[in-house]
Design a protein around this ligand. Sequence first.
Ligand SMILES: [Zn+2]
Ligand SMILES: [Zn+2]
Length: 176
Amino acid sequence: MKINIDDISEHGLSVDISEEGRDIEALAGGKLEFSFITPVAAHLDFVRTDGNIHVTGEIKGKIRLNCSRCLKEFDHELNINFTDFFVRGKEEGGEKELKDADLDVSYLEGPELDSTAMLLGQISLEVPIKPLCREDCKGLCSKCGADLNSGECGCDKDEKTDTRFAKLKDLKINKP
Ligand SMILES: [Zn+2]
Ligand SMILES: [Zn+2]
């Protein structure tokens, strides 16, 4: 959805939107590490200050991720609060001071803000690089590939030892 900056009055503008997952995916070129289970709902508050735009938003929805340890799919509830700051004009060297400040600054060249891009950016930040279905996911057995969350597979424990511990063991053995 496009938001025309001229629609933001001096009192600001509040919108409630709902965007289809496929529109957000399309904007990302279909290269997302997650899929959408529900449309993404957002409440956005826009305020104009000196021609620049400050956005406060709340995003809700549900996405599906793949666990980086056990490879199973799991659902993740989105509940994101964010702020965004748009400076009108092109990004130039002269703006560097602003950029270095502790502010999340984006540059806006045209007369419109793209809420789809805003949602995509915020959701991508929310998704962990290595998603876990649960904090203590035991992952897969490196030997037989069994899902260790559903119980021990019976493989020899020693053979599963990760190399860090293997080194520790050697140290002990080599002790005088
Ligand atoms: Zn897992
Ligand atoms: Zn095993």
